[in-house]
Design a protein around this ligand. Structure first.
Ligand code: MEV
Length: 328
């Protein structure tokens, strides 16, 4: 069981050195409403448990150290902060502050993740969530999903500029959510599990850049973009109802319509369009690009048991890797 800060402080160095806490967080995929959500429309996202980020927190000998394995970076507090991990260092400090720990404790934080970077699966938000959860647990604080999400949002802003907050929210709540920026998320009770296939285009797509491109387009032709966002809002609210009533055929149709509106926004690509087509051709109920677009992933809602056929078709169309997940 996690210990309180007072208990932790009373322990001898030997006891402290044995303590290891693992904070974990899963990935996410957006099913409806990406981009429109930045402009105050609703979106729907679900957790992806097949991929995971992990923060291992160990009591260390001397200073606070952060090791980001994927980036090959080890940072000791007091030394210059490498640019790539500035948001993580700021997040560790904000979390310690939230836990009322004023001086950097002698800890070693090691980060690992199986979530592909810049593919729309929430890798940054998941690593950050693992850090916050790990630190909270290590010091015996049970932070609420809302508190975790708020801390991670700070790091997301650093990475993405003007994030809607959907990534940190769905990852902190780890449930299907209907999300509107700045509002409490609504958990969607699915009448039927969703069988999803996520196909990686193999093309890295930094969210910040694509969001900026959409912003530039919106500034040039607000009327057109607002109309598209309204269309996305309408089908997102229909999708929520269809998920609650278990009408998966309808959810699939709406995904296809959402993809077409994302094409209008200019965030698809020939490869993403081919992946969507390939999934539909193999009998998926629906498919669309997911996340910022231009690269990243396509997601397909499939009939239970059809994952092999759909995966094969997606690979034939150029998918670099496939994740199958069931959300309930
Ligand atoms: C990125 O995962 C989703 C976007 O809508 C950006 C955001 O919501 O911050 C493209």
């Amino acid at each position: 069981m996690a210990k309180t800060i007072a208990e932790t402080q009373k322990e001898s160095p030997e006891e402290r050195s044995e303590r290891v806490t693992i904070g974990r967080a899963v990935g996410k995929v957006i099913l409806f409403g990406e981009h429109a959500v930045v402009y105050d429309r609703p979106a729907i996202a679900v957790p992806v448990t097949q991929v995971q980020a992990q923060a291992r927190i160990e009591d260390g000998e001397d200073s606070l150290t952060l090791m980001a394995k994927d980036l090959g970076i080890e940072h000791r507090w007091g030394e210059p902060v490498p640019k790539e991990i500035e948001p993580l260092v700021a997040l560790v400090e904000a979390t310690l502050d939230k836990l009322s720990i004023t001086a950097p404790p002698a800890l070693r934080i090691t980060l690992e993740s199986t979530i592909p970077i810049a593919r729309g699966l929430g890798s940054g938000a998941a690593v950050s969530t693992a850090v916050v959860r790990g630190l909270g647990q290590h010091f015996g604080h049970s932070l609420s999903s809302e508190e975790v999400s708020a801390l991670v949002y700070g790091a997301e802003r650093y990475y993405h500029g003007t994030p809607s907050g959907i990534d940190n929210t769905v990852i902190a709540y780890q449930k299907p959510i209907y999300f509107v920026k700045g509002k409490e998320p609504v958990v969607i009770s699915l009448a039927q599990p969703l069988d999803l296939i996520i196909a990686d285009s193999g093309v890295a797509s930094p969210t910040k850049e694509v969001v900026q491109e959409v912003r530039t387009g919106w500034e040039k032709d607000m009327e057109k973009y607002e109309r598209v966002f309204d269309g996305i809002e309408d089908l997102t609210s229909q999708a929520r109802k269809a998920m609650i009533s278990g009408s998966l055929l309808r959810v699939g149709e709406l995904m296809g319509e959402n993809h077409q509106l994302l094409v209008k926004l200019g965030v698809s690509s020939p490869l993403l369009d081919s992946l969507v087509e390939a999934a539909r051709g193999a009998g998926a109920w629906g498919a669309k690009l997911s996340g910022a677009g231009k690269g990243g992933n396509a997601v397909a809602l499939i009939r239970p048991g059809s994952e092999e056929a759909v995966a094969k078709s997606l690979e034939g169309a150029g998918a670099k890797s496939i994740i199958y997940t069931q959300v309930s």
